[in-house]
Ligand binder design. Structure first.
Ligand SMILES: NC(=O)c1ccc[n+]([C@@H]2O[C@H](COP(=O)([O-])OP(=O)(O)OC[C@H]3O[C@@H](n4cnc5c(N)ncnc54)[C@H](O)[C@@H]3O)[C@@H](O)[C@H]2O)c1
Length: 379
């Protein structure tokens, strides 16, 4: 099949590689020129900023950002703009698949009306988990649903060419809602364990011993780990797409809203505890190890480590950070780990050598999700 993938970010590139590997004729469309230059030398398929390269495709997959706006409500501007650009170049009937995460009804009520009824439409939400070595695009079950039986059949044929398990669900809205609900499940459970860590600290009980004890229950329990909070493009964002849809439908998504506020308050909670630990934070040197939102990725979107840095600076601390995976953030560069008053492991990238902190003068706390960095867990 000739396959055009709109958006060549994390999701679009992974799909491009998988589809190309399955023998499809792939073109990736990307509007960011720096990203495009990087891709041209790293992927084997065609990439272009010119939408006319979509011509001749029988499958068009959309994988563009769906962030939140400043009111923390869904921002579909990238999605709408990609559809507007596509409208000008789709001359014959194609299968349009949306992989971008959004609320139920996006395919039917936003994408299809822009592109018109000459095409077939399907939803196939991406579930990729960056840096997960066990579950990738080929072995994570893929949910697919078309707006017609023909669309479903074509989408199943496409995804079955590179995914081991493709599950047809009853409607695009079910596929869209399932993606939001699975990430909301994580968001709410992470918030719950973050709240429990605060309760356990106040009661003087070990959070980690308690969690290890509860995890021995063979049914009805699933372990989650307390941390500095949630980041990335999914867990802090997707649940708000569901709460937005809920509120539009007259239902208050109180769990989602509460979980958002518990997770978002973690950097402040940790900064407060650091204040108690150091007596006063003002003038103290603090170094944060790992500012990406998760280990072994360079993505800093919504990273709670950045909120902790900002908070500690407001409190008067001299804060530096070390993250060779991110390397540069805003106008700042990663600094080498050095002797400081307090070292904070926010995100534990693999292979980091913490030797510079092992001098007996640097106090170190670990607020990452890593099982064991060799430093005491703070939460
Ligand atoms: N990253 C993940 O782990 C993940 C997992 C599952 C689902 N998703 C969802 O997949 C979608 C894409 O996420 P991502 O992480 O790949 O984002 P990303 O920001 O890494 O990539 C999106 C790319 O689309 C490009 N783009 C934006 N507008 C465009 C346009 N009009 N035409 C062509 N290209 C355009 C951007 O320049 C960017 O390179 C989002 O809806 C996200 O929620 C992401």
């Amino acid at each position: 099949m000739r396959v055009a993938i709109i958006g060549q970010g994390y999701v679009g590139k992974a799909l491009g590689i998988a589809a190309f590997g399955a023998g499809h004729d792939v073109v990736g469309i990307e509007i960011d020129s720096m990203r495009l230059a990087e891709l041209s030398s790293s992927v084997g398929y065609e990439v272009s900023s010119d939408y006319s390269a979509v011509n001749g495709a029988s499958v068009v997959v959309i994988a563009v950002p769906t962030p939140l706006d400043e009111k923390r409500e869904p921002d579909l501007s990238f999605l709408k703009s990609a559809c507007e650009s596509l409208r000008g170049v789709l001359d014959s009937s194609v299968l349009v698949v949306n992989e971008s995460t959004s609320f139920p009804g996006t395919l039917r009520n936003v994408i299809a009306p822009i592109l018109g009824d000459a095409h077939l439409y399907a939803s196939a939400p991406e579930r990729i988990d960056p840096a997960n070595e066990k579950w990738g695009i080929s072995n994570t079950p893929r949910l697919v649903a078309g707006m017609s039986d023909e669309a479903t059949a074509k989408a199943l044929e496409f995804y079955r060419s590179f995914c081991k398990e493709v599950i047809a669900v009853s409607s695009p809205e079910v596929a869209e809602a399932a993606k939001l609900f699975e990430n909301t499940f994580r968001q709410v459970n992470i918030a719950l364990v973050n709240e429990f860590a605060q309760i356990a600290q106040a009661l003087g009980i070990s959070t980690h011993d308690t969690l290890a004890a509860t995890a021995s229950k063979p049914y009805g329990f699933m372990p989650f780990v307390p941390s500095i909070g949630v980041g990335g493009h999914c867990i802090p964002v997707d649940p708000s797409y569901l709460s937005f849809a809920a509120e539009k439908a007259g239902v208050e998504a109180s769990f989602i809203n509460l979980a958002n506020s518990v997770n978002a308050s973690m950097p402040d909670y940790i900064a407060g505890k650091i204040g108690t630990l150091l007596g006063s934070v003002s003038g103290k040197t603090v170094q944060i190890a790992g500012i990406a939102y998760k280990a072994d990725v360079s993505d800093t979107r919504e990273s709670p480590a950045l909120a902790l840095i900002a908070r500690l600076r407001t409190m008067g601390a001299q804060v530096s950070w070390h993250d060779d995976v991110v390397a540069q953030w805003n106008s700042e560069k990663s600094s080498a780990l050095a002797e400081v008053d307090l070292g904070v492991i926010a995100t534990a990238h693999s292979g980091v050598d913490y030797a510079a902190w092992k001098n007996g003068k640097t106090m170190v706390i670990d607020v990452s999700t890593a099982p064991n960095t060799g430093w005491p867990k703070f939460l």
